[in-house]
Write a protein that binds this ligand. Structure first.
Ligand SMILES: [Zn+2]
Length: 437
């Protein structure tokens, strides 16, 4: 395991390499290849041998380590996370413009804090599929900006900024006649493609600014997409980094990084879709498990759903529960919600406490203020779909869904260490299956 500062610079390079969900899955795949994992295609026969594997479905990735002694009754330890972040996607016919400006037509993706995207230099990134069916990852340099109206022309701006989602969210990217300029051509040029080649595209906006440490003693990290690439990165790090030292039989370690969490997860690469179930079924089949054995293996399986958590905001402490107020660098957060917006229950909490204790990692708890509706994440979705014991965790951040979020520099590495223990640690980390004493 690297030092915390080394971990942080590795995290920053993953954030930089992952401006879109497609890039996040692809750059995760590159890391896995480098670590000796083999990429499998869903349309091909999968090996039954033990080994390290991954599969990419659009902007989602699932990777796993099957130990040599894995059999039909071996359960799964799964870390779930998501690759997407709130942003804007290019509309079809994205080239527009008024008053001598070239602008881009964009659709809002998920729930971004719109104001946080103003007055930043932004890139375009995503995938282009050419008419021959080949997928190309593309990424531009700084190209666009949602320019805010000067205060002289809107004296009430500081009384409560109102941004119309259609009228005001049209970034500028040049000057000229929109009838004679094509934004897509600019994107294609970077990839050496021609407009006539293009069959379709999924392209999003991302901030061009690099991640940066700041604060007293460099205590904080600011970056886009901390929600939720910090968790994807931690899961990968845990999966790649460790190996079982004690020789005890371990569950099959799985990282599932889904797309489309920010828009409800209902897609073929989202957590409400069949991707994880498909992969687990195929791994099970490879161990020779019949239905009875598979159900027994699932009953001993556990999922840790890792996603960003809310740190207490010093200007709005009343929005939080008075007793449960996570702070940056206080350790990763166990998320609890009676209404099952988070899947954590007492056996899951007990498992988490044990993992943190064995890795000497402090942890905190988040629960909503009753007057404020709770957010949700993929944990309850995978729990509902698969019936696997699930707990929701994550690192505490401020400015969630801003173009530039912030976290403490200690917490990402701590999360990775706890997840590593979950994958590779000693026996005794399966929660009780409800046995009462
Ligand atoms: Zn998230």
């Amino acid at each position: 395991m690297p030092a915390a500062s080394e971990y942080l610079s590795d995290l920053s390079s993953y954030l930089n390499a992952s401006p879109s969900s497609f890039h996040a899955a692809h750059s995760a795949g590159l890391r896995l290849l480098e670590a000796g994992f083999a990429r499998l295609e869903e349309s091909e026969q999968w090996p039954v041998a033990a080994g390290k594997y991954f599969v990419i479905r659009d902007g989602a990735l699932i990777a796993w380590v099957k130990q040599a002694d894995a059999g039909p009754l071996t359960g799964f330890h799964i870390v779930g996370a998501h690759t997407d972040s709130p942003t804007f996607t290019l509309k079809p016919r994205p080239s527009s413009g008024r008053a001598g400006w070239l602008q881009a037509g964009v659709e809002i993706y998920g729930g971004p804090l719109l104001n946080s995207w103003l007055d930043r230099e932004l890139i375009l990134a995503g995938r282009i599929v050419t008419r021959d069916g080949v997928e190309h990852l593309v990424r531009t340099g700084p190209l666009l900006r949602f320019a805010q109206l000067a205060i002289h022309l809107d004296r009430a701006a500081n009384d409560g900024l109102v941004l119309d989602r259609q009228q005001h969210m049209n970034p500028v990217w040049g000057l000229g006649d929109p009838g004679h300029a094509d934004l897509l051509t600019v994107v294609l040029e970077e990839a050496g493609l021609k407009p006539a080649d293009v069959g379709g595209f999924d392209v999003v906006i991302a901030d061009s600014q690099q991640p940066q440490r700041f604060g007293a003693g460099g205590a904080f990290l600011a970056a886009g997409r901390l929600d939720n690439l910090v968790s994807v990165h931690a899961g990968l790090h845990a999966l790649i980094g460790g190996s079982s030292a004690d020789g005890a039989q371990r569950p099959i370690a799985v990282v599932a990084a889904f797309d489309h969490e920010e828009v409800g997860s209902a897609s073929r690469s989202g957590a409400s879709g069949p991707f994880l179930e498909d992969v687990l079924l195929r791994i099970s089949a490879g161990t020779g498990a019949g239905l009875e054995e598979r159900m027994r293996a699932m009953a001993s399986s556990v999922c840790i759903s890792a996603d960003a958590a809310h740190a207490v905001h010093p200007n709005y402490p009343e929005r939080h529960d008075p007793a449960n107020r996570p702070v940056p660098n206080g350790g990763p957060v166990l998320k609890i919600n009676a209404n099952q917006r988070y899947a954590t229950d007492a056996p899951g909490a007990s498992l988490w406490a044990g993992l943190c204790q064995r890795t000497s990692v402090p942890y905190q708890e988040f629960v909503s203020n009753n007057a404020i509706p709770c957010g949700s994440t993929i944990g309850p979705l995978t729990a509902t779909r698969l019936g696997i014991r699930t707990l929701d965790v994550g690192i505490p951040i401020l400015s969630m869904h801003s173009a530039r979020e912030m976290c403490g520099v200690e917490d990402p590495y701590r999360l990775a260490r706890v997840l590593g223990e979950f994958f590779h640690g000693g026996p005794g980390d399966s929660p009780s299956s409800g046995t009462m004493h």
